[in-house]
Design a binder for this molecule. Structure first.
Ligand SMILES: [Zn+2]
Length: 307
């Protein structure tokens, strides 16, 4: 079975200013790399729909969803926090980004593809129930996980978050929801300064010090993520796929390389094959050094596709 590739042209129109690292070129970098490598033609291509209000309200407060719609500018830029802004395209790009993950869940559940990669922005894992932060507006992966529970009746959904930043928004949303396991590796202490002491038996936080190597990352995943996932026996796994822990990415100070992203994808895929009929939906989070981002995403998608 194929891997779906879900994106939308509006994800290129959301723009937070000329020097902002979370830039439209990130989408192109991944797509160009997939084309150059020959992988692109083997993927099943889909345009992301907009997430519905009902889908958003499973993980976000109604007041918050309304406030985002209300502040969306017709012209110019509106600042949501110190590093998160909306231009006139952002609101609909954010709806498409969340809708992409919902579509991935639907495609995988329908057996139309084995797994899916969503090349989307704005990213999502810092967005809390009632708060935009860290370049994120709606929590795309959380919207997808909640859809798998509510629409498809799954009882156990896991989220594997290897972005260099803690997935504080995802933890905020699912801290009291034992049907969702969050496994997060992240540099600590570091933005968003959360996660080091807040986990529980279904929130598996693995803080890593600056300078952590690929080998140390693999050891941490092997020690903390994999046994928890084996116990949990997820029926679907979502990736918060941020590639900013790469050695060449100066957003942070971890030292992962492409083979580490391939490796963690293989480990999680093995668990998905064992318990979840291979069902994986992956969504782009961070990753700001465009060459490293492109090569790392390619390594990740190559493993997903089995090509
Ligand atoms: Zn990040």
């Amino acid at each position: 079975m194929q891997t779906a590739y879900i994106s939308h042209k509006l994800c290129l129109k959301h723009d937070m200013g000329a020097h902002h690292p979370e830039c439209p070129a990130r989408i192109h970098a991944i797509e160009d790399q997939l084309i150059a490598s020959g992988l692109f033609v083997y993927l099943q291509h889909h345009d992301a729909p907009e997430a519905t209000r009902e889908q958003l309200l499973r993980v976000h407060d109604a007041d918050y969803v309304d406030s985002i719609a209300a502040v969306a500018p017709q012209h110019g830029m509106v600042q949501l926090d110190g590093d998160t802004a909306m231009n006139p395209y952002t609101y609909h790009a954010a709806l498409r980004a969340a809708g992409a993950v919902v579509m991935g869940v639907d495609l995988v559940m329908a057996g139309r593809v084995e797994n899916a990669f969503c090349n989307i922005r704005p990213p999502g894992h810092h967005a809390e129930r009632g708060r935009a932060m860290g370049f994120c507006i709606f929590n795309n992966v959380a919207v997808g996980a909640a859809h798998a529970l509510a629409q498809h009746g799954l009882q156990r959904v896991a989220i594997a978050d290897f972005d260099v930043h803690h997935g504080n928004g995802t933890e905020n949303i699912f801290h009291g929801e034992p049907r969702v396991m969050l496994c997060s590796t992240f540099q600590h202490p570091f933005y968003p300064y959360a996660g080091a002491d807040s986990g529980n038996d279904h929130i598996i936080n693995v803080p890593l010090p600056a300078g952590t190597s690929g080998a140390e990352f693999r050891a941490a995943v092997t020690q903390h993520w994999l046994p928890a996932l084996e116990d949990f026996q997820p029926q679907m796994i979502l990736f918060s796929a941020g590639f900013d822990a790469h050695r060449d990415d100066d957003m942070a100070m971890l030292r992962l390389t492409e083979p580490d992203y391939a490796w963690v994808t293989e480990q999680v895929k093995r668990i998905a094959d064992k318990y979840a009929r291979g069902r994986i939906v992956s969504a782009l989070e961070g990753g700001y050094e465009l060459h490293a981002l492109a090569r790392s995403a390619q390594a990740h998608i190559k493993v997903l596709s089995g090509l």
